[in-house]
Every structure is written in structure tokens, then in C-alpha cells.
Design a protein around this ligand. Structure first.
Ligand SMILES: Nc1ncnc2c1ncn2[C@@H]1O[C@H](COP(=O)(O)OP(=O)(O)O)[C@@H](O)[C@H]1O
Ligand SMILES: [Mg+2]
Length: 268
């Protein structure tokens, strides 16, 4: 169980995350939606402590995360792997080395620099690549891959961390629909088959509905909706996206089943 209690993050005069309390049971797949600037990325970054909270408690299976430092913080970051919109691979390294970088959390700096990975770690990396159907590209440089392939490598790298939580910040925002389906399918499979908690920021409501057990809607750093996809009505969507019919930034087309957000409505 991941439990956030009264978590806030203030940057200068912006309150990015405002008194958020959230309990996420192990094995849940949670989609976080909300317009650009709502605090979705900051919320994920608070969980893996890329950002330090201004207030509140972050608790994982009874251990306090909000205040940990040094080696303990490093161990926590290994446990909650992160996948980003822009993949964050090392472009000039080959795929297998990029995946092995997931083990850096467990190595000393020297071991990592000289790529002294154990046979077990190499096996882990190969298995992750096989699972993402990327093994045939193992020796290819990361910058020669398509976006969809790069994101699959990034997910393989995350798996190689042997995480308990997988955080994904707009993982399909830069992908075409076909690759988006492959990547979301991979995240869902990891969640289902391995029981890994997945928390995923998504820029389309349809994707959140299709893949997530639970949807959390954020508005101005606060939770405005928290429930199953079936509870996400048109009214709730209008609240989360702040659509009043005069909002030109969002080209939102609400029907009973779907909402499409125009290109200018996609998150950064
Ligand atoms: N490092 C930062 N420094 C200052 N302000 C930030 C920083 N990161 C995020 N913010 C601000 O916090 C708010 C929430 O941002 P973010 O979490 O990126 O939202 P989202 O991911 O929903 O688009 C925005 O107003 C953003 O400008
Ligand atoms: Mg964001």
C-alpha cells in the first residue's frame, strides 16, 4: 500500500500539489488525468522523491518515504521505477546497455561506470527485452529506434530495476496510436502479470478508461475525482478539465462514452 497523507509541494509561489491524500493498494493500475499544469508530474515525482514534499507524509508498506535520504532513498528509487514521455534513454548506447542501466541503483558508481554487471543481471535485462519484444534490437544504438521502440526499451529498463511501483509520466504522449496501444498494453501486462502497482499520467481520458482500474482527476494540485472508470461521467470530465464551453485551449468533445482532447490540450 502506498499512502499519501496531506502531501503538498510548493515551488516559489506556485502550489503544484495541494494537500493530496491518496491510498493506492498494491497491484492497482491508476491513471492520473488533468489539464496541463494540474500537478500530475509533480505528484509522480513526489512519490519517487525526484521532488521533495513541502508538507505531508508518503508511506509505503509502513515505511516513511517523505524524509529518507542517501542510500535508503536510492533503494526506494530502485523500487519505484519511472518511465517518461521522452523515454530518457542514453542515445549513443546500445539497447542492452540502456536496459542494464536499470541495475545502476544496485551497483557502486565504479561498477556502473565499467558496466560490471553480473550474469544474473544480464539475464534479467535479456528477459525484459524479450518480454517487450525488443530482443532483436539488443545491440542497436538507442537513437536508431522509433519512439515506440524506445519506450519499450525504457519499460524494459524499468523492469530490470525489479520495481514494486512503476510510475509512468505521459508514456504515450509522443507516440502514434499503434505504438501507444503496444506501450499501454505492456504496462497493463506488467501490472496484471507481476502485480506491480502502476501509476500513469495520461493525457487522454479514453486511455485512462481503457487501461486503468482507477482514475484520479487533478485540478490545480488537488484531487477533484477519484473512482473507477465507470464513474467518470461527462460532468466529472468537465470539472477535471475545467471546460465551460468558452475555453479555447481545449477542443473537447464530450459524448456519453468518450472525450477527445485536441492537440493543444495535450500535456507537456
Ligand atoms: N521545478 C519547478 N519549478 C517551478 N515550478 C514548477 C516546477 N515543476 C512544476 N512547476 C509548476 O507546478 C505546476 C504543476 O506542474 P506539473 O506537475 O508539471 O503539472 P502537469 O504534469 O499536470 O502538467 C505548474 O504550475 C508548473 O509550472
Ligand atoms: Mg506533466
Amino acid at each position: 500500500m502506498l499512502r499519501l497523507t496531506g502531501v503538498s509541494k510548493q515551488f516559489d509561489n506556485v502550489v503544484a500539489v495541494d494537500n493530496v491524500s491518496l491510498e493506492i493498494p498494491t497491484g492497482q493500475m491508476v491513471g492520473i488525468i488533468g489539464r496541463s499544469g494540474a500537478g500530475k508530474s509533480t505528484l509522480l515525482r513526489l512519490v519517487n522523491r525526484l521532488v521533495d514534499p513541502t508538507a505531508g507524509s508518503i508511506n509505503f508498506n509502513g515505511a516513511e518515504i517523505a524524509t529518507i535520504k542517501g542510500r535508503v532513498l536510492n533503494q526506494w528509487r530502485a523500487k519505484c521505477a519511472m518511465v517518461f514521455q521522452q523515454f530518457n534513454l542514453v542515445p549513443r548506447l546500445d539497447v542492452i546497455t540502456n536496459v542494464l542501466i536499470g541495475r545502476m541503483f544496485y551497483r557502486s558508481t565504479l561498477q556502473a561506470v565499467f558496466q560490471l554487471f553480473t550474469p544474473e543481471e544480464r539475464t534479467l535485462a535479456v528477459m525484459a527485452l524479450q518480454r517487450l519484444d525488443m530482443i532483436k534490437h539488443g545491440l542497436q544504438r538507442a537513437d536508431t529506434l522509433s519512439g515506440g521502440q524506445q519506450q519499450r526499451v525504457a519499460i524494459a529498463r524499468a523492469l530490470t530495476q525489479e520495481p514494486e511501483i512503476l510510475l509512468a509520466d505521459e508514456p504515450i504522449a509522443s507516440l502514434d496510436p499503434r505504438n501507444a496501444t503496444v506501450v499501454m498494453g505492456a504496462l497493463r501486462a506488467i501490472n496484471r502479470e507481476d502485480g506491480i502497482t502502476v501509476i500513469c499520467n495520461l493525457h487522454t481520458v479514453d486511455t485512462a478508461r481503457a487501461y486503468c482500474d482507477r482514475i484520479v482527476g487533478m485540478v490545480s494540485g488537488r484531487i477533484a475525482f477519484d473512482g473507477p472508470p465507470t464513474a467518470l461521467t461527462g460532468d466529472v470530465i468537465r470539472t477535471v478539465y475545467g471546460v465551460d464551453g468558452e475555453d479555447e485551449e481545449f477542443d473537447i468533445n464530450v459524448t456519453s462514452t468518450a472525450i477527445g482532447i485536441g492537440s493543444r490540450g495535450t500535456a507537456q
